[in-house]
Write a protein that binds this ligand. Structure first.
Ligand code: CO
Length: 171
């Protein structure tokens, strides 16, 4: 009699779990409604957005010299300055240049634009750029990936583009 009671209790529990839906059933080893629980799993990764995080430091370096995104993606580019030095001493940004723009010539032009955070006013040479930041700060921008190709990116703070540079690749 006791065994029958336990069995019926187990069936009752199984029915309760059945009614609770999806994931719990699978964890408990039940296979009911397996297809519907699979339907509930959502794909969270968004292939339309390239989330890029780059760090920069007090010794004038980015943590990478290559950024890769895909054609048609929206690019969310975040620059973190993990150093401590002030923006006036060790300011950093990321400037992505159009193809054909000379890095040295652009850097020289940018160096004289302190009031404009080292971005030449009304320039047509850039695809996108972050704000200029100092130690401990973060800057983020969003833009549409340009057409497939390889582009130069630099920090346009005076004297930095020699070391702080890399390739922004759209493929
Ligand atoms: Co810099």
């Amino acid at each position: 009699m006791k065994i029958i009671k336990i069995q019926s209790l187990a069936i009752l529990l199984a029915l309760l779990m059945f009614n609770c839906g999806g994931k719990k059933e699978e964890k408990e080893g039940f296979t009911y409604e397996k297809s519907s629980s699979t339907d509930k799993e959502e794909v969270k990764e968004d292939n339309n957005v390239a989330n890029i995080v780059i760090t920069s430091n007090d010794v004038m370096r980015f943590n990478t010299n290559e950024i890769k995104v895909k054609v048609g993606q929206k690019v969310k580019l975040t620059l973190r300055h993990v150093g401590k030095l002030d923006i006036n001493v060790m300011g950093h940004n990321i400037v992505i240049l159009k193809q054909g723009v000379d890095v040295t010539a652009f850097s020289a032009k940018a160096a004289s634009e302190k009031d404009n955070k080292y971005i030449p006013k009304d320039t047509d040479d850039t695809i996108a750029h972050t704000d200029l930041i100092g130690g401990g700060q973060v800057a983020s921008i969003e833009f549409d990936a340009p057409e497939a190709g390889t582009y130069d990116f630099i920090c346009s703070f005076p004297g930095h583009s020699g070391l702080m540079k890399g390739k922004f690749i759209v493929e």
